[in-house]
Design a protein around this ligand. Structure first.
Ligand code: FES
Length: 108
């Protein structure tokens, strides 16, 4: 799948998230300082939206707002229970004012 512009850099404040849809996949875009992450928006535990969760910049993790599992933004692997399965992560980069995501497939 080609790279898709999902939003402008100004759409996501530092430390914030934004839920976007790419080809029908729900993706949570996260902005931490100069770094950007694109993680599957569906918690692997119970299909809750991770974009509604808290971002932990120092840990580079996002917390599921429903039961509190922490997911690595870099790998999608849960650091804490109750989730045990990873969520997908996608390539993301910034070009000018545009935030661009590439989805390689699989469920988001
Ligand atoms: S729905 Fe995310 S930890 Fe339960």
């Amino acid at each position: 799948m080609p790279e898709v512009r999902v939003c402008a850099t100004t759409d996501v404040a530092d430390g914030a998230t934004r839920r976007v849809d790419v080809a029908g996949l729900r993706i949570c875009v996260v902005h931490i300082g100069d770094d950007w992450y694109a993680i599957g928006d569906r918690c692997s535990h119970d299909d809750f939206s991770l974009a509604d969760g808290a971002v932990w910049p120092d840990e580079c993790e996002i917390e599921c707002p429903k039961h509190g599992s922490m997911f690595s933004l870099a790998t999608g692997v849960p650091a804490t229970l109750p989730a045990t399965q990873p969520v997908p992560v996608h390539r993301i980069r910034v070009e000018g004012d545009d935030v661009l995501v590439t989805v390689d497939g699989g469920d988001a």
